[in-house]
Ligand binder design. Sequence first.
Ligand code: NAI
Ligand code: MG
Length: 478
Amino acid sequence: MKKLFIGGEWVAGAGNAVLPVICPSTGEVYDEVTRGTPQDIDCAVDAAAQALRGQWGRTTALQRGRWLTELSQEILKHRAELSQIEARDTGKPLTTAHNDVTILARYFEFYGAAADKVSGEVIPFESDYLVTLLREPLGITAHIIPWNYPAQMIGRSIAPALAMGNATVLKPAEDTCLSALYVADLAREIGLPDGAFNVVTGLGEEAGAALAQNSNIDFISFTGSNEVGTKIQAACARRPVKCVLELGGKSPQIVFADANIERAIPIILRAIVQNAGQTCTAGSRLLVQRSIYEGFVERIAQDFKKLQTGSYDMDLDCGPLMNGTQQLRVTNYIQEAKDSDIPVLAEGSIHPDAPKSGFYVAPIMFGPVEITAAIAREEVFGPVLSVIPFEDEQDAIRIANSTDYGLVAGIWTENGARQHRVARGIRAGQVFINSYGAGGGVELPFGGTKRSGHGREKGLLALEEVSSYKTLVNYYGE
Ligand code: NAI
Ligand code: MG
């Protein structure tokens, strides 16, 4: 049974309840974590407050950077073991988990190196005044992360907050707590001051809600569903507290007739099947110019049919979905599309050796899909690709912008002026031209427009989100 990490120590929760750790590849329970209570959240927030009053609050930016750098190196030293733990816990293929752990380390490396490069400003003002803009930590930052990329999300959310000197409380998703607990142990080993990083495992509506409502936190970073994101923002409004929300997407890949098709196809496929489609940036809509539609679809279908799904240790293209709920949700979308007579263009397969009790869904590609269909508008969060034909640039932009989401887009064309026109016309936080970067890209500011959320993570912009600015006005005249 795994304990909670509060104030630099492993502690038992205030309640007696536990949550099962389930292997999505087999459905079997193989461990337990603590079902943290609202009292445990209060303890973790108190520990964070104490850290700010104590050693952590007095630490220099240089020293914070050194701790984060050391944590990054520790993660890399334990990469093989942590990848194995992450793959079994999430179901994702081992290669993907290995990549996620590398990116986790990269977050701590990037923000460790940035910690002592953050400075304020001197603002020109009236004579005999010195006005400085100081950058300070916000204080106690809360982090509620999802189950799709636990390792990456820990780094993305926590590393910039620590670099700026905040004290953090992390609530991992109930399905995937192990990597957060593992990182907590490494943080303890390198001697990160007590209470700078706390982990409380537990249910969203219990521990998560208690964290979002805690009156002593100063900030929340949330990644997950729109439904819960809306609740988080409502909870923030009551005090009020600042939040950054990352709520997923329905990202378009737009293929023009002049695109380099052979370069595009493997990237387009990976963008939808990576992590079995359970990716906020999944390229789940494939917009293809009508003049090449038939030939292109035939070509991509050839490769799509070869996609294979299996258990994490089989290390195929796709692993299982996270749990039975997600499996049912995705299966329902597929069934609804079939019932509406949307043509199936290609299907991948579930490997015969994949355990029957795992939460598998084979990749599937539909087309042509009307933009009003659920699979063209809603975040399916599974390996389901909707192919949609378009006529010209204006039509492509109109269709790309036709959902409530606006997270990422991919544009495939060799025409430079068109690349820019289309990129400027699309509402999204990131646009890729002749490439597509789900995951990684630690340097690249990332976040939503429209209902995909607000605020930015990754890159140096993330440091601004977790900074407070103090304008210091000093009159030095006689
Ligand atoms: P969720 O939004 O319920 O879970 C995300 C996190 O929020 C978890 O840590 C959970 O414990 C926490 N949470 C849940 N209820 C909460 C509450 N009332 N207060 C505070 N925290 C709470 O996501 P869920 O239900 O697991 O997945 C449903 C759908 O959400 C997916 O099918 C997908 O469409 C979307 N989703 C999007 C993600 C993204 O990366 N943008 C990640 C996960 C889910
Ligand atoms: Mg939920």
